[in-house]
Write a protein of this length. Structure first.
Lengths: 190, 265
């Protein structure tokens, strides 16, 4: 081990990743016709409240049982395996969308179920980590959100920036605010 | 054109941008001289890169202990990537124009262990500094024999290799007469999702380095130097291609620990 091993620093995605990073079915962790497919969608906003049309959003999640997928093949969907990873470039209106499965509670974890999230964008000098928690089920006696180790350290407004909203059609909605009054809580694992 | 750029009343001059870059460097050095710990990371709030002004978080990142899902990485394999995807010069019927180069190196974790079987993606401008992307309006020629996108999977020693064309410098509208130093965009996965990184590799001796706000958004000069590849004559192929070597060191907590191997350095 060398003491000179300075970690490689990140750089902005820049504007012209569109011909490289997006891949076929990247936003479809499961096909939309999967019987338990859930739609996760939202918009990436800048500090002026304008949508960010050149962001890249990635999610990484356990399956419905809380198991972490470790089979290879996250880029080439085979139509039945669940790789747990998805990538979506935002559209001209700053929107992203994923078709996926509802993440389960991680085995042995005190955390409420969530999607792990990374955001890249032109104008964003480095990646940003965050989480998208599932909203409380209306019939739950006690929501796991109440005892989540991260959420319990946050203010109500900060918590709201990390918890998806259940839309009447059953899909999940979650906006990402890079800056501003509703700024998303971004994470440092260091 | 994005609203942010439309809203700009007047583009700054290069001298103004360079002065801002110098001021941030001086601030960094003053903090180090005052005993502050060196932060090797990229600065999110870096106004010389104008598009970052409305796109950087204003609150500090929230420290959290990573969950198990964050301590492992999505899994990729050779099934994900075709053999020819690491050679950007054979994706069309003819040879692309420009200087053919080999870019190779190792992906390591913070302890110097190889990051094996992980995905490396690259994208770049052609030799004239033009991206194939439809929104690139730089009036330089498109090369019908060069797309500029590649992928590979690291081997058991964490090694990767691409064959490509040396990209040209690229003009942009951050300020008047703004030019990006020649660079190749890299996207990498580590052994943990926390190690995920998108960055850029530069070429040694580029005179545009001190002028470029993106390169200088890494304020620590030693960390900045790490983004510059080394010319490697051993990697150069006679009468065929120049070789550039660039190792990538990923950092961040991770769950997967490899057994030390005899050939581990």
């Amino acid at each position: 081990m060398s003491p000179e091993l300075i970690p490689t620093a990140g750089q902005t995605l820049g504007p012209f990743y569109g011909f490289s990073l997006p891949y076929a079915d990247g936003p479809e962790l499961v096909p939309p016709y999967h019987p338990r497919a859930v739609l996760l969608t939202g918009t990436v906003y800048d500090g002026a409240g304008e949508p960010v049309p050149d962001a890249l959003v990635e999610i990484w999640q356990p399956d419905e049982n809380g198991d972490i997928p470790q089979q290879r093949g996250s880029l080439r969907r085979d139509g039945h395996s669940f790789s747990g990873f998805g990538r979506c470039a935002t559209d001209p209106d700053g929107r992203y969308q994923f078709w996926t499965l509802t993440p389960g509670t991680l085995t042995g974890s005190a955390s409420a179920p969530f999607f792990s999230l990374i955001v890249f964008a032109r104008g964003l000098t480095d990646k940003l980590h965050s989480r998208i928690y599932l909203p409380a089920a209306p019939d739950a006696a006690q929501s796991p959100l109440a005892t989540d180790p991260l959420l319990s350290t946050l203010s109500a407004a900060e918590q709201a920036s990390l918890i998806a909203t259940r839309v009447p059609d059953g899909s999940l909605h979650h906006d990402i605010h890079l800056q501003g009054e509703e700024e998303t809580v971004f994470l440092d694992f260091g | 054109m994005p609203a942010i750029q439309q809203a700009a009343v007047r583009l700054s001059t290069q001298n103004e941008i360079t002065a801002e870059i110098s001021a941030r460097s001086a601030d960094f050095q003053r903090a180090i001289d005052g005993g502050a710990a060196v932060d090797h990371r990229t600065t999110l709030d870096y106004a010389p890169y104008r598009s970052s002004i409305l796109r950087h978080p204003t609150k500090d990142l929230r420290h959290v202990d990573p969950e198990t899902i964050e301590l492992v990485s999505p899994a990729f394999g050779h099934r994900d990537v075709g053999e020819v995807e690491s050679d950007l010069t054979i994706q069309h019927s003819g040879e692309p124009l420009g200087a053919r180069i080999v870019v190779a190196g190792r992906v390591l974790d913070g302890n110097g262990r190889p990051v094996r079987n992980q995905l490396v993606e690259v994208w770049q401008a052609n030799s004239a500094g033009r991206y194939i992307h439809q929104r690139d309006q730089h009036p330089a020629p498109i090369d019908p024999n060069f797309t500029g996108a590649g992928r590979t999977i690291t081997d058991d020693d964490g090694r990767y290799q691409f064959i490509t064309i040396k990209p040209g410098a690229y003009p942009w509208r951050n300020h008047t007469n703004a030019w990006r130093p020649a660079h190749i965009h890299f996207s990498l996965f580590g052994n943990a999702f926390t190690q995920r990184i998108v960055t850029q590799m530069y070429f040694p001796g580029d005179p545009l380095f001190p002028l470029d706000p993106i390169y200088n958004s890494i304020v620590d000069p030693r960390a900045r130097d790490r983004l510059v590849a080394n010319y490697d004559h051993e990697l150069t192929s006679p009468e065929w291609a120049l070789g550039f070597r660039w190792d990538i060191v990923l950092t961040g907590p991770q769950a997967t620990w490899f057994e030390p191997e005899e050939d581990d350095k």
